[in-house]
Design a protein around this ligand. Sequence first.
Ligand SMILES: *Cc1c(COP(=O)(O)O)cnc(C)c1O
Length: 466
Amino acid sequence: MNAGRPLAGPAAALRRAAGYGAAFRRRARPLHPTATLAQLRSAFCLPLPEAPADGAAVIDALIAAAEPGLVGTTDPNFFAWVIGGSDQVGVAADWLTSIWGQNAGIYQSAPAAAVAEEAVAGWLLELLDLPREASVGLVTGSTMAGFACLAAARGAVLARSGHDFAAGGLQGAPKLHVFLSDDAHASNFAALRFLGFGGANLVRIAPDARGLMPAGALAEAMAARQGPKIVLAQAGHINSGGFEDFVAISALAREHGAWMHVDGAFGLWTRVLPEKTHLATGAELADSWSVDGHKWLQIPYDSGFAIVRDAGAHRAAMDITGGYLSHAPGDGRCPTEFSPELSRRARGFAAWAVLRSLGRQGVREMVRRHCEAASLVAARLAGVPGLEVCGPVDLNQVVLAAARPEAAARINRLAAALNAEGRVFVRPADWRGRRVLRLSLINCKTGPAEAEALAGSIRNAWSQGG
Ligand SMILES: *Cc1c(COP(=O)(O)O)cnc(C)c1O
């Protein structure tokens, strides 16, 4: 082999990464990056290396370059966005996924990976109580889950209007309308753009104060338009955590022969809680659902699920066939039939390991703990003069706004003071014309202690002028 390089190189690199990785999660670390952009560039942006380097030394160099630029997204005091904590059992399975190097495109290239996906698909449908006949694509996240589901929707509703999308594409197709809240998650607008839908195809319904589409306004908008229709509903708004009226929306979808998709990236997980099922009642009546794995389930990146009631429509939209991609009678699941890529990571292993280690009880306990922690933060902040907890808190999200005057400046100062203290990581945002502080309580290790401490820090910082 490579006479000039130490024989132990690659194996030493693996051992180095594994040892460092296990220790990393035990260590107290800064939540905020300590390196500036210029420092990160000087560490990473070296002249193109000409000569090979020893693997373990490269791993050491990577650690040294990256660590000062890491964000504490695996920390229980990270509240800035809806980001899961990268469960350690999932990480271990994810390491094995790379070690095994399987290409989970087709059954024959990765039978174990395909069957792990099959198991995960069945478990998910049971946990979320969705139609057991639905197909599940393991994709990179909810953006691509939405993409895959809406691609299936596009083909199906055009077929109902007599247009064969596979043959005719979008050009020459009847005009298709997509109805959704004007305040739906940004990724849905991107997925629709990727699928060939622009502003003229979207009917953006004016939302209520929680960012949700009122069913009455949807009814009027649908009645006013002819032709094929897709309705996109939200389970767990990214800011308010609100849910739309799925029973009413699904009745409208049925009446108009429309396809109903639910963006349930994290909110759909409330379906595991008996005391929260009222929030997403009727979501099971939809035609497709996008759900994340790397948010509430804490599966390491990338993990999302595209769930489609009509497996045939799902397959028709996503399938990649080629003469060299052999299928034999008796083969198991072919993963590429349900997700946009051919060569792909064996995402089923990490998802299987996380679900196997949590079990239904573990998922329930975690979702409940986060909802309770968010309610606790809201309760502790209720009545703080000048600070407003926006709307009911019935999920894991808390949105704070300030009373006028200087509302935006006060929120910015509050966020800056909290971040400067270094005990939490938060970010302000703009929402519906207001500057807000949005808190997402979703890390696997976040619980009542972190919620109490967060509320205490906020009260303290606020009383000192934000
Ligand atoms: C995060 C999120 C998405 C996008 O998911 P990604 O995993 O980031 O691609 C879509 N919808 C909602 C409601 C989300 O919270």
